[in-house]
Write a protein that binds this ligand. Structure first.
Ligand SMILES: [Zn+2]
Length: 247
């Protein structure tokens, strides 16, 4: 049955009206609409390799962080901490669902802390957050700005030990307690809103293992062969669609 974009938006609006347990999965598309970068995209990957002489997978790995902190932080500060990010309308729309008490969780692998900046309460950061860094020895916490403004390798101002960025590096597993929180919210979700990614994304595949509802809504700019598995698909920018659904 063909439905126009406006009809689909109206249907999702109605679903949300009748819902009590909404879970959002935020993909890389949401971060990119806010000014984030996909380092695994061919063009970016090539640029990184050209600038730092290592691929993003190599330089952003736990082995590289342990062995070559100087180079790691050169990359980390320049590429992740210096991005100019603006919180998009998509995130304020999710915050509105949160205000209504309908949002049970907001799951993401984006590491920029955008959902927190929008004021969303139950954010589940599968890959951590650039704003939560800690001393590897005494555990003191440090802001992203502290790291960004440090010369060379950022060290703790109490004990002088190197600071560990609060993000998941390649080669590291997602923390068990975080995976459990994700499974719990997805299990009780009546609506699953998949935003800025596709159903082939491992984060989404994992969430779908727990979700048993029949209101899987996919909003994304790029078409993918797995899209038809969703109950409703809207191909457009999340920043454009989600505010129309919510307001
Ligand atoms: Zn310390």
């Amino acid at each position: 049955m063909f439905q126009s974009k406006e009809e689909k938006i109206a249907r999702v609006k109605q679903m949300i009206y009748n819902s009590q347990n909404i879970v959002c999965l935020l993909g890389i598309g949401v971060a990119m609409e806010c000014g984030g970068v996909n380092f695994l995209h061919e063009r970016e990957s090539y640029r990184i390799e050209d600038t730092y002489h290592y691929s993003p997978e190599e330089i952003f790995s736990t082995g590289f962080y342990s062995a070559r902190k100087e180079k790691f932080f050169e990359f980390y500060k320049q590429e992740l901490l210096s991005l100019k990010l603006t919180v998009g309308q998509s995130l304020y729309a999710i915050k509105e669902l949160d205000n209504w008490g309908k949002l049970k969780g907001c799951v993401t692998r984006n590491m920029y802390g955008l959902a927190e900046r929008a004021g969303i309460s139950n954010v589940i950061n599968l890959y951590g957050n650039i704003h939560e860094n800690w001393c590897t020895k005494c555990g003191k916490h440090f802001s992203a700005d502290y790291l960004k403004n440090s010369a060379g390798v950022p060290v703790c101002d109490v004990c002088g030990s190197p600071i560990r960025p609060g993000v998941r590096l390649y080669g590291e597993l997602v923390r068990n307690d975080v995976m459990t929180r994700c499974a719990n919210v997805c299990q009780y979700a009546d609506i699953l809103l998949v935003l800025g990614t596709n159903l082939y994304d491992s984060m989404v595949k994992n969430a779908l293992k727990y979700y048993s509802g029949n209101k899987l809504v996919l909003i994304t700019k790029h078409e993918h062969f797995t899209d038809k598995k969703a109950d409703i698909v809207i191909h457009d920018e999340v920043n454009k669609v989600l505010p129309k659904i919510v307001w």
